[in-house]
Design a protein around this ligand. Structure first.
Ligand code: NDP
Length: 450
């Protein structure tokens, strides 16, 4: 079989590109996974023969819909809504909603595809999906965001459900948006089905520690990577891109475990504070005031602000945590990080490193934690929120946090041992893809060609 699996993956990749034209992010995500699977498919040619590999790169269902709403001046606005239900072999579809002007079907598909493997890695029974809209919540009033969310849910509600598909937040969708979406779902259905959305407010079915989960989970994962090599966060210089939900709680936990975070960013620029970022100031600017990160230097005049978010990767650091968006680290950025002494990269955002950038890190022996594994704490805790909703009870913060930590430790162990078993020791990119894939592939085999 040697050689055949590689040939099959190359040909399948070409078909995916031809069939999904103009979707470069989706092609990138598929290419990385197919390259990782070659050694598995050599051992298990039945995954090819049974059509499992070909099926897994094709979404089960894609929904695209119109979202009409009126702004505060009475103007009619039309946005586009998406939900890509990629794979339900191991559980109901599960994945976030992204509201950002860059959203298109290719970005939804890359995110939904990645979600299959990530959700499988958590060890919890959740399939993969993703959705969102090209609506930009930035600069909109609360009333405009509410009207948009209500219109969006008026179509989406018929495609989701606590045993069907369970959306959550992502870029541009936080507690405020989830609240408006849940309210409209409840009104249309005339039923309080709490498990239909996760990331809910604590007063109506949300889970303690969900807000912190992706960022905290990222640090628990990175800590395992460090420990495996006899290192720790103590006294390490850390840079974290972005200043949203994932970034803020990654910084908070990195500081708790002894790291010194010196830089953060938003889409306009980055701040550098040699004394260590004051996370309470960032929370006030981003979570409460919804303003730009440049405001930070008003409160801390010794810090620096630089326009252009890409510049953050030129800062010297031991640990880099990209937590903003896809492809924010390219080959050139990766080389600069390596030359400046960076030893560890763990991805909080989804696919923040290009394939060329990832290669630079792996070739230079950088400890590299891929998004599917490293940022799975968010969706894992969403699944814990679903469990609490089903049982109609709430666990304490400490209980949820302990479960999250345990899940992240297990993801690290599973990805590392899969990498080793298939001859790619220390390559967590390959290890995470293999460990995530095998479980879904076995479930698909058991369920037949559906
Ligand atoms: P938020 O909307 O809370 O924050 C996003 C942050 O990234 C903001 O600082 C934003 O800056 C910046 N950003 C967004 N788009 C761009 C861009 N095109 N260029 C530069 N900066 C950008 O989102 P989250 O923190 O929830 O998500 C961040 C990443 O983490 C995403 O890749 C998401 O898919 C991933 N993720 C999120 C999970 C979650 O639980 N929330 C779970 C797993 C992964 P600005 O304010 O200027 O727009």
């Amino acid at each position: 079989m040697t050689g055949n699996a590689k040939k099959y993956c190359d040909e399948l990749y070409k078909r995916v590109v031809a069939r999904n034209a103009n979707e470069p992010e989706f092609h990138q995500a598929v290419q990385e996974v197919l390259e990782s699977l070659v050694t598995v498919l050599e051992k298990h040619p039945e995954y090819i023969e049974l059509g499992i590999v070909e099926s897994i790169v094709e979404p089960e269902r894609q929904i695209i819909f119109r979202v009409p709403w009126t702004d505060d001046t009475g103007n009619i606005r039309i946005n586009r809504g998406f939900r890509v239900q990629f794979n339900s072999a191991i559980g109901p579809y599960k994945g976030g909603l992204r509201f950002h002007p860059s959203v298109n079907v290719g970005i939804m598909k890359f995110l939904g595809f990645e979600q299959i493997f990530k959700n499988s890695l958590t060890g919890l029974p959740i399939g993969g999906s993703k959705g969102g809209s090209d609506f930009d919540p930035k600069g909109k009033s609360d009333a405009e965001v509410m009207r948009f969310c209500q219109s969006f849910m008026t179509e989406l509600y018929r495609h989701i459900g606590q045993d069907v598909d369970v959306p959550a937040g992502d870029i541009g969708v936080g507690g405020r948006e989830i609240g408006f979406l849940f309210g409209q779902f409840k009104r249309i259905k005339n039923a309080f089905e709490a498990g239909v959305l996760t990331g809910k407010g604590l007063l109506y079915g949300g889970s303690l520690a969900r807000k912190q989960a992706t960022g905290y989970g990222l640090i628990y994962f990175a800590d395992e990577m460090l420990k495996a090599k006899g290192m720790s966060f103590a006294d390490k210089t850390v840079i974290v891109s972005g200043s949203g939900n994932v970034s803020i709680y990654a910084v908070e936990k990195a500081q708790q475990v002894g790291g010194k975070v010196v830089a953060m960013s938003d889409s306009n620029g980055y701040i550098y504070d040699a004394d260590g970022i004051k996370i309470d100031t960032i929370k006030q600017i981003k979570e409460v005031d919804r303003k730009r990160i440049s405001e930070y230097i008003k409160a801390h005049p010794t810090a620096e602000y630089h326009t252009g978010c890409e510049g953050i990767w030129t800062m010297a650091c031991d640990i880099a945590l990209p937590c903003a968006t896809q492809n924010e680290i390219n080959e050139a950025d990766a080389k600069i990080l390596v030359n400046n002494g960076c030893k560890v990269v763990a991805e909080g955002a989804n696919m923040p490193t290009t394939l060329e950038g990832t290669k630079v890190f792996l070739d230079n022996g950088i400890l590299f934690g891929p998004a599917k594994a490293a940022n799975a704490g968010g969706v894992a805790t969403s699944a814990l929120e679903m469990s609490q909703n089903s049982m109609r009870l709430s666990w304490t913060f400490e209980e949820v946090d302990a479960k999250l930590k345990n899940i992240m430790i297990n993801i690290f162990k599973n990805a590392s041992s899969a990498a080793e078993e298939y001859g790619h020791k220390d390559n967590l990119v390959v290890g995470a893809n293999i460990a995530g894939f095998v479980k879904v592939a076995e479930a698909m085999r058991a369920q037949g060609l559906v």
